[in-house]
Write a protein that binds this ligand. Structure first.
Ligand code: HEC
Length: 150
């Protein structure tokens, strides 16, 4: 009886700890942590997106985000980082509605990620793989800004 109880408790502990590990998946990573390598960070931060706030670019960016860019599959149609393909990822896809993210990330850092991917994450290097062009990266970046605070 004692032995049975011990095994049962062990089983409960294993189930609980695997549950705790699962809870990490889908958890948003610190939005201020940069993924751009240190030697390229200053240049990335200094880059501006000339299409920020441009209505035509935002409309084009929306079509890319929801279409050939496949961004929505991970980041979600509303940009909350909750797309179906993103649910199993750790770290989870960025939540673009988080205002804190926009307080610390620049357009230039985001464009760097679009060109090169995000080291240590599942984020795709969309430009260098030819999924989107350099201009389309700027359009989709302009669109992402519209998720802020939504
Ligand atoms: C396979 C899933 C997936 C797809 C598809 C995807 N992303 Fe991501 N994205 C991620 C993950 C995961 C991260 C990493 C979040 C982190 O750094 O914690 C990320 C990060 C980013 C970042 C950087 C955020 C930061 O904190 O530095 C940007 C910008 C971005 N994605 C935009 C896009 C755009 C635009 C597209 C479409 C062209 C796209 N993503 C497609 C999963 C994806």
């Amino acid at each position: 009886m004692k032995y049975w109880f011990g095994s049962f408790m062990l089983f409960v502990m294993v189930v609980l700890s695997s549950h705790a590990a699962n809870a990490e998946v889908g958890k948003e990573n610190d939005p201020c942590k940069t993924r751009v390598p240190a030697d390229q960070l200053a240049a990335a931060k200094a880059e501006k997106n000339p299409l920020e706030g441009n209505a035509a670019a935002i409309a084009a960016g929306k079509a890319i985000f929801e279409g050939k860019g496949t961004c929505f599959t991970c980041h979600g149609l509303g940009g909350h980082g909750d797309g179906d393909a993103g649910k199993v990822l750790d770290p989870s896809p960025r939540n673009f509605s988080n205002a804190k993210f926009w307080d610390c990330k620049t357009n230039g850092e985001m464009l760097w990620i679009l060109r090169n991917g995000s080291p240590g994450t599942a984020m795709i290097p969309a430009v260098s793989t030819g999924i989107i062009t350099e201009d389309e990266a700027k359009q989709v970046n302009a669109y992402e800004r519209t998720f802020k605070g939504k």
